[in-house]
Design a protein around this ligand. Structure first.
Ligand code: ARG
Length: 587
């Protein structure tokens, strides 16, 4: 694979060597380069260096400038500004040449190199619960987790998904006991589609709940069933498996609607850690990390206190011997660290569970399972709000079902697509509407910083104006249409051509694609990539307004502008793909 050194890296290297030639003790110092409005780049690093060397910053900057080689190849001009900043302008040739090298990379990576020291990140995301409807909260975990994986993979990190589904616990005693007493109430999973699966599960859930709440003897039988489940009774496990299988049919149908690939071997729910939980408890107790308190096995934290300033413990094992959510998460950590060899554990889970994770991570650190090298982070995301600024609910005050929400988004998108559609068939409109609608929902989520709440506003989400995925998708489709119209004339880079300001701005922005993905991945900040892509589409729009493409003055200019269009399209496509959003060729 051909990796391309970015323009900013090349300029940084030039400045660094000019700097160390001027001031030997500054060898290896960072010139602190960033994009600037005044020139192409500005370097601010000389100020601090001058201070350290007790030199006059402007004088030092002037000396550095005299060492910088300017010419045709890279740096056209460099000058001192303000108290000792450097303003750097690169040549048009360097901009076009750099993009041409990226364009020549046929791996789709646009010349972006893989990172040198890749680790293994286990991403815990998209974790619905068995026998329960998926709601808008599960949307965020799935969408953010999927985007983070896309970005991390792109940097060269190896990611392993873990869908820690809620498939274990006391509620299954009630469900299984009911099924035991009413055999045949759940149709075999192979015979149902997602919608039927969920309605069957709902029916059984409601029916069993009704008996459970009114019949004391049933309650007792349900309690015994939990014990049978946890101790691995065969018949009980078979019935439990029916619930899991039926639920998976449903999950897969929703994830398909979400246009998200979920792998079966990565669905490893709470139940998978059942066998390891006694061992987890034993290890924690032996190490003194957990202690017995009123019969339960718990971990205490000095700094975590609840009501009346009483310490809030993490319960590893209940007094009745049962294990819960914390034990499964602690066991999962052992599995991920020692069997999957993870260097990073990432949890994409609602911020409301942050105390749970704080305690689990701290307990794992005390046990030596997490260290300075093997770390865990909870990407606690905020709440999805309705137009009224309160947690998103239906008009009846119920939580919104994920499928309903996606269906509505697709329906709205269909209106937008139909209005604009010129040469699309009904089938094409339907397909585009799904890509636009689901993309809109994903983008609205991803373009907000994950820890913030956001308003679910479909009108805004499918709007053609503003920071929406539809705007980005239209920019992409418009480029494809220009490339089609160009017919025989193909995109060709002509580095010898002078560039208009709008072309330079577009080109310099595209040079920053790799750096942006790396930064967004390292900070677990998909919104930074979203913001980058939005700016890319905006810069393209102003290029398109100011620089005629097919009607440019010379044939070379037509080719070069087509080339700029195509690099833009590829960058948009790649960036959106990392976020899990499609870019239709025609809209
Ligand atoms: N299933 C849980 C829920 O719906 C989320 C699981 C999060 N992951 C974890 N390792 N605890 O609330």
């Amino acid at each position: 694979m051909a990796s391309v050194t970015s323009l900013s890296d090349s300029v940084r290297q030039h400045l660094a060597s000019a700097l160390s030639a001027t001031l030997p003790e500054a060898a290896g110092a960072d010139p602190l380069l960033r994009r600037s409005d005044r020139a192409d780049f500005q370097a601010n690093g000389i100020l601090a260096l001058a201070k350290k060397a007790k030199a006059n910053p402007r004088e030092l900057a002037t000396q550095v400038v005299s060492q910088v080689v300017t010419g045709d190849e890279l740096i056209k001009d460099v000058e001192v500004s303000g108290p000792g900043f450097l303003n750097i302008t690169v040549t048009d040739r360097a901009i076009t040449g750099n993009l041409a090298a990226r364009y020549a990379d046929d791996t789709g990576r646009l010349g972006v190199p893989l990172k040198e020291h890749a680790g293994i990140t286990v991403v815990d995301y998209a974790q619905p619960n068995v026998a329960k409807e998926m709601h808008v909260g599960h949307l965020r975990s799935a969408v953010i987790g999927d985007a983070l994986r896309g970005m991390l993979d792109f940097t060269g990190e190896k990611t392993i998904g873990r869908h820690h589904i809620g498939d274990w616990g006391t509620q299954f005693g009630m469900l299984i006991q009911y099924l035991f007493e009413h055999p045949g109430e759940l149709a075999p999973a192979a015979d149902v589609d997602g919608e039927q699966a969920m309605s069957n599960l709902n029916r059984v859930y409601k029916a069993s709940r009704a008996v459970f709440d009114t019949d004391e003897e049933f309650k007792e039988r349900a309690r015994k069933r939990v014990v049978a489940l946890q101790s691995g009774d065969k018949e009980t496990l078979e019935l439990w498996q029916q619930f899991v299988d039926e639920s998976k049919v449903y999950f897969y149908s929703v994830f398909e609607k979400l246009d998200m690939e979920i792998r079966d071997d990565e669905i490893v729910g709470e139940s998978a850690y059942n066998e390891g939980m006694p061992e987890t408890a034993r290890l924690l107790e032996e190490m003194g990390v957990a202690v017995r308190s009123e019969g339960a096995l718990v971990v205490f934290f000095d700094e975590i206190r609840g009501k009346d300033d009483q310490p809030v413990p993490l319960i590893v094992q209940k007094a009745d011997g049962g294990f819960g959510y914390a034990a499964s998460d602690l066991t999962a950590i052992r599995d991920r660290v020692f069997d999957l060899h993870a260097s990073t554990l990432l949890y994409v889970v609602d911020v409301r569970q942050s105390l749970h994770f704080k305690m689990v991570f701290e307990a794992a650190r005390r046990a030596g399972w997490l260290t300075d090298e093997v770390t865990a982070h909870n990407m606690g995301y905020g709440t999805v709000l309705g137009a009224d600024g309160k947690p998103f609910k239906t008009r009846e005050g119920e939580t919104v079902r994920l499928e309903d929400l996606l269906d509505e988004a697709v329906q709205r998108a269909a209106e937008v697509v139909r209005e604009k559609a010129q040469d699309l068939t009904e089938d094409e409109i339907r397909e585009r509407a799904a890509q636009v609608g689901v993309g809109a929902v994903k983008y609205a989520d991803l373009s907000t910083s994950p820890n913030r709440d956001y308003k679910f506003d479909l009108d805004q989400m499918v709007s053609l104006n503003g920071d929406t995925s539809v705007y980005l998708q239209y920019a992409y489709a418009r480029i494809q249409s220009i490339l089609r119209k160009a017919g025989e004339t193909r995109p060709v880079a002509h580095p010898e051509l002078e560039l208009a300001p709008a072309e330079r701005a577009l080109g310099l922005h595209m040079d920053a694609f790799g750096d942006t993905v790396f930064e967004a991945a390292a900070e677990y900040a998909p919104h930074k990539l979203a913001a980058y892509l939005y700016q890319l589409a905006s810069l393209y729009t102003s290029f398109y307004d100011k620089c005629p493409v097919l009607k440019a003055e010379t044939p070379q200019q037509v080719e070069n502008r087509l080339f700029l269009c195509d690099v833009t399209a590829r960058t948009l496509h790649q960036g959106m793909a990392l976020l899990g959003i499609r870019t239709p060729e025609k809209l």
